[in-house]
Every structure is written in C-alpha cells, then in structure tokens.
Design a binder for this molecule. Sequence first.
Ligand SMILES: Nc1nc2c(ncn2[C@@H]2O[C@H](COP(=O)(O)OP(=O)(O)OP(=O)(O)O)[C@@H](O)[C@H]2O)c(=O)[nH]1
Ligand SMILES: [Mg+2]
Length: 438
Amino acid sequence: MDKLVYIVPGLALLAILAYFLFFKGKAPATPVVVAKPSKPEPFPLIKGEPPVAVRKEPKPEPLPKPEEPASPRLGPAPTPPPPPTVPPSPTLPSPSSPEALAAKVSEPRVLVSPPPALVRVELPAPPLRSKRDVAGVRKGLAATRGGFIARLTALFTGRKEIDPNLLEQIEEVLLASDVGVKTTQTLLGRLRDGVARNELTDTTAVWDALRAEASRILSLDGGPLRAPAKPTVVLVVGVNGVGKTTSIGKLATRYHAEGRKVLLAAGDTFRAAAVQQLEVWGKRSGADVVKGKEGADPGAVAFEATTKAKELAADLLFVDTAGRLHTKVPLMDEVKKVSRSIAKAMEGAPHETLLVLDASTGQNALTQASMFRDVVDLTGIILTKLDGTAKGGIVLGICEELKLPVRYIGLGERAEDLREFQVEEFVEALFGRDGGTP
Ligand SMILES: Nc1nc2c(ncn2[C@@H]2O[C@H](COP(=O)(O)OP(=O)(O)OP(=O)(O)O)[C@@H](O)[C@H]2O)c(=O)[nH]1
Ligand SMILES: [Mg+2]
C-alpha cells in the first residue's frame, strides 16, 4: 500500500511526459510549405507569380488551365528570368531540327515563365539549312558548266592515258576560268605529285583528283549565318552594283518566312532610290525597315537600327551600305565607321560582316576582298551572279587565297536564287558526271 503512494504519481508523471514528447513533437508548428510539389506546376505560373508566392499557400492550388502558346510575333515575355535550359545555338537552329527537338524533349517543366527563346524553339518552321538540290544548283551554274567545265571535260574526252600535254592544258583552262594563278599552281602541283607517285594513272583518276581538290579548297568553316546573339547584326558591304541590297532582300525573305523577326537598315543614304529599293524588299519579305533622311550619316542609321532591333527583340538585323569603290579611301573609312557605330549600340556586333562579290568580275573580286578586309573584319562572302558567268572558277580562288568562307551564292534574281553554299552540293553540280562530263 505504501508503495502505491509512489507508483501512482510516478506513472502519472511518465504519462504526461510521454504525451508532450510524442504528440507535441509531431504536431506541425506552422502550415506546410511545399517547396517541391509532387506534380510539377503547369505553365500558368508564367502569369508573373513568383515561385515564393506559391510556397506561402497552405494548400496546393487546383491545377489551372494551361495558357495558349506564345506567338512568334509577340514580344518578350513579361518578366523573363534567365533561360533555364536551352543554351543559345551557334547557328540559327531550326525549330524542327533534331537539336531543337532534343532540347524540347529534355526541357523540364518549370515554375517560372519560359523565356522567349524557349517559346521560339517550339515554333513549327522549315529547317534553315536548305535541302540538297544538286539539280537546281546545276541549272544555276549552266553558264559555268557550258564554259569552264565543258572546256575541262573536252580535254579528257577520248583520252585514256595521261600524256605530258594534259596537265598543261588543264592549267590553261583553270587560268582562263578565273581560278587565279596561285590557286591554279596549288592545284597543278598536287596533280603533278599524284602523277609522279603513280597514283593518277588514267584520266578518270585525274578528274576525280581535280574534284577532290576543289572540295578541299572549298571546305572552309562556312555554312549559313550564325546567330550568336539576339539580335544578330549582319553588316553587308561591297562595291557598286554587286548585289548587296538584292541579297539582303533575299535573305530577309528567307528568314522571315522561317519565322524569324527580321529588321533592315537602310545604310545607303547616298541615293533615295537605294532606300526605296530596300523598302520594296521590306514589303515583299515582311521585314521592317529603319531609315534615315537622305544624306544622313550611315553610321547614325546603323546605330539607330541596332538600338531598334534590340528594343524590338529582333532575331536578325541586316545593315545595307552604299556601294563604294574599294580604292576610295574616305569611303572605305566610312564602312569602318558604320561598323564601329553598330558596336557602340551593341557589344559584340556586328556579328557578321559579309562581303558581296560579283562572280563575273573575275580576279578583281580578289582585290576588292583584300581591300575590304583591311578596314573591316570580314566573316564571309556572298558570291552573286554565278548564273551570269561562264568562268565560275573564281569561287576556288576566293576560298584558297582569302580563306574566307562563301556563305551564299547568287544564281539568279529571284529570292529563292540566293542559295546557302553547300560544298558537296556545289562540287557535284559542277563536276558531276552527267550531261557529258567524264
Ligand atoms: N543574275 C543575277 N542578278 C543579280 C544577282 N544578285 C543581284 N543581281 C542583280 O544585280 C543588280 C544590282 O543589285 P543591287 O542589289 O542593287 O546591287 P548593290 O550592290 O546594292 O548596288 P549599289 O547599292 O548600287 O552599290 C540588280 O539588278 C540585281 O537584280 C544574282 O545572283 N544573279
Ligand atoms: Mg544597294
């Protein structure tokens, strides 16, 4: 009985202690904060609600309806955070390209609003890199095939053995077809070595070696425009009448049709007609044109256009310039100024400076290129009017001597006649064994 006096209060004490330790310890101090919902939140949070706001809610929100996908023409999203997933691609990726699709598949669902770049990746659009179209290029190169290539072919026809005259005759044809002295010597040197080593024992082998050499020379790091930034600014330069404005119009048509926001800068302020010509292309292609008054400083127009392209979140800005004689120093200095003005408006711009060369001007094109290279950092060539020359060998000379990649070739006046330069397609179109070539 005496012991009960101690046991009963002891048990009561233990019971109280157990209650506090077990029940109170388990009870939540505050309502639960669900930092990571077991189901990822859908897009509606892009309305601008910061993720923190979600955490304050005691209960998870009922799943709201997903929003309509953003249109490509819409400007940037209201409060875009830094892109969470897809890094910028070095070349303009097609929304339907394998890379874009891969990015889309691996894209995690996010709590925050997807940035504009992410939205654009999902746009359906044809690929930027055009399909191979050897027949189309061959048609455009008909004059060169009928001239340069036909003359070369004639040397091989009816010959099986390599006689001493053959290499000399090849040399003559190459020189007469604008390939250029230096490039011709390189090519011939390699052919002679092959013959001396008994690697080239018949005319077919010599033809194949010529073709392989052409591929080697043309295979510079070219390809279509790169788009390292938004906007990517492309400055287009060249002498009078080579096809600068027309090429810009053709490029604008192409990229606008593929869903890119394209802006044009009328940097040729010398002639009112030049601005009008660009405006016609602007209307045709759907691209906006930034222009100044007639006689305005081209650098100021380029600066304003770059600023505008940033404001409008354009993908591409093409800056047209007045044609200038490469021998006129003050005019060449002006190109330098235009380039600097663009750089002032946007760090790292212009991202591309393309020199337009007229294929029918022959060796003079090489002189123009080296003069322009002295004043601006050229990143590539647009070689126009290849449809209008029977020589066409200039393309080899440009690549071998200047080591500048040809990015586009002009094979006619229509927008679709400006083609991305694809080495294998071009070489096949030129040296391909149809229509009488060996
Ligand atoms: N056949 C053919 N014509 C072309 C090609 N590219 C341009 N042209 C024509 O060449 C002419 C001159 O083109 P523009 O674009 O005005 O040349 P530009 O370099 O802007 O000339 P300036 O502004 O005067 O320096 C136009 O008639 C174009 O249609 C091409 O690849 N093939
Ligand atoms: Mg022009």
